[in-house]
Design a protein around this ligand. Sequence first.
Ligand SMILES: [Zn+2]
Length: 239
Amino acid sequence: MNILSILLPGLLAVAIHFGWPVLPASPADPVRVLLVTGGHEHDVEFYRLFQDPAWRVTVDPHPAAFTRDLRQRFDVVVLYDMVRTLDEPRQRHLRDFVESGRGVVALHHAVCANVDWPWWVEEVLGGRYLFEPVDGRQSSYLHDRPQRITPVLDHPVTKGIGPFQIVDETYKNLWISPRARVLLRSDDPTSDGPVAWLGPHPRARVVYLQLGHDRHAHLNEAYRQLVAQSVRWAARRAE
Ligand SMILES: [Zn+2]
């Protein structure tokens, strides 16, 4: 009996239960990105954020998104969607992807998606837009706010980013998990303050970047660097 015949049944059982493990990618392999949109209009400049030649980006808007198992096809899911509720099969595919330890980068209005899914809100994203009042608190937004953004955590996502100016939408009175690790803060009083954080999931790499409403943000150099570094870190190409 060789070593493979001993190990193979165990590996198969793990793979069937958890999906194939995340194996370290070679630097030469493209980062496989699934970009999910739908449920909110957006400027075409948004797509300029994803023109890195080292990435292979698939765009899949709702309702087609998440209809298949994602684990073998992608390293990181980037969410720029705003669909409030996913059906059970779509939830399962997204959940399997997260539980297998892969990456999630949620941008801007994606904090308004999946708001009725407690596991997603509390264990993955670590934040939620409150469409209805909760304990007398309700979220609101304001467009076109000039503001100064300051990094508050040394991390691969914020590497090389100093304080910067941006004109962007602010959100106020979100629910933000006490387990979220805040990366960036806004100085605008119409913002909660935290505008980027790491989600609390213990295995997946989850980044939420609240900035990114329109072309003012999409063409901002610091924002472009933040998105790029978020994708690379979430895809385990940066430590
Ligand atoms: Zn917006």
